[in-house]
Ligand binder design. Structure first.
Ligand code: ZN
Length: 187
């Protein structure tokens, strides 16, 4: 079922998500709703890489992550419960990042190059993932959602912010727009 995406400035996005203690049919249904909602959002050459439950208003530690980031035609996802970063590289890369909850904007954000993540699968099995590059970025972004953080919180000045123009091109901004300033949280 396609659900409504929670977008800025909705304060729901600032809530902290709770750990899942038991995999129930409701959780499985929710994960499917998250996949349906992400696929419904896909358009033109833009594909949703992942979604956190908070983005459809559910405050639990659940994320769905696209199986194949390089091929948007691949509509399969992996589901992770209670993901947490257990190790993070000191070296980082600044790259462009967006979010289904922050429509129309992208930003150059620094993320650790490599992370180790511990999580549960929908089968209740504990997994450890070693991620590098874009997948590492995706997990850091999703886990931030579970702590009520958004990538725009890391935008300090207009040079790191980009927006989509009418033609769907990413263009720079002269100043951080008020709607972003209003939605930012500084940690
Ligand atoms: Zn996001």
């Amino acid at each position: 079922m396609i659900r409504k995406l929670v977008t800025i400035p909705d304060s729901t996005l600032r809530k902290k998500s709770l750990r899942i203690t038991r995999v129930t049919p409701e959780i499985e249904k929710l994960a499917q709703d998250m996949i349906d909602t992400t696929l419904d959002w896909d358009h033109d050459s833009e594909y949703g890489a992942a979604l956190a439950a908070i983005q459809i208003g559910e405050t639990i530690k659940l994320t769905v992550v696209r199986n194949n980031f390089d091929d948007g035609e691949d509509q399969t996802f992996l589901t992770f419960l209670n993901p947490e970063i257990i190790q993070k590289s000191r070296d980082f890369t600044i790259d462009v990042e967006g979010c289904l909850s922050v429509p129309g904007y992208y930003a150059k954000v620094a993320r650790a190059n490599r992370v180790k993540v511990k999580a549960l699968t929908l089968e209740g099995e504990e997994v450890r993932l070693t991620l590098e590059g874009f997948p590492a970025r995706v997990f850091q972004h999703e886990i931030d959602h579970m702590h009520g953080k958004l990538f725009i919180d890391m935008v300090k000045d207009a040079t790191s912010l980009l927006k989509l123009d009418d033609k769907g091109q990413l263009v720079s901004v002269d100043a951080i727009p008020q709607e972003i300033l209003d939605a930012q949280h500084h940690h």
